[in-house]
Design a protein around this ligand. Sequence first.
Ligand code: AP5
Length: 212
Amino acid sequence: MKLILLGAPGAGKGTQAEFIEKKYDIPSLSTGNILREAVKNGTPVGLKAKAYMDAGGLVPDDVIIGVIKERMQAPDAQKGFILDGVPRTLAQAEALESMGVDIDLVLDIEVSDENIIERLSGRRVCEKCGASYHTVFKPSQKPEVCDRCGGRLIIRKDDEPETIKARLAAYHEQTEPLIDFYKQRGKLVEIEGSYSVEKTTERIFQALEALR
Ligand code: AP5
């Protein structure tokens, strides 16, 4: 099964990818996570990506295409995968097609900008293991402490209000056109994402079961 999770920043792609990973036993390939790791380790990719990420803009297509091509070649991705946060531009979608990646379904998680701002402003992430929480919708058991590993919970640098605005603008301008791109190919399923995490998961699983 090869899936794409499409949606605005904070729509819940990472949250839902975890449930799909577990149920269907396929890895989630998140360019956001790969890039954050690269920035942390100061690799050449990280050095190229950092300024774009901090400003809430998109990292250049050639960097992303290189990163995702390499990740898709790993042994764990041979039985299928979930692309979380990629493609994000028409050039990236076309690059996947020219690599011969045959996508089964594109799940477009739809959430209003107002909800996005609420979700991203309340998000907290573990600085050690990357687990994600929300102060209201998914609080940790102890304030500021990760349930999974005991690490400290922090606000992601790009979750500051001004950066959220820039990320939303980049989404509307550069990523939204992918909805039509995949509609034309008969691959798109729209998922109403403004409800609870559980309801959204239910809708996603319904769409995936229809594939089998
Ligand atoms: P990336 O890490 O991919 O960020 P994003 O797309 O902005 O997505 P997020 O991780 O912010 O949100 P999400 O949709 O996964 O939501 P989540 O589940 O966490 O990318 C970061 C940066 O890297 C980009 O800005 C760009 O610079 C660069 N980059 C990455 N990929 C790139 C690419 N392909 N091309 C170019 N540049 C690229 O949920 C958010 C919050 O809401 C959480 O707190 C969660 O608990 C809560 N929540 C989730 N679902 C619900 C719900 N149903 N109800 C209530 N709360 C909910």
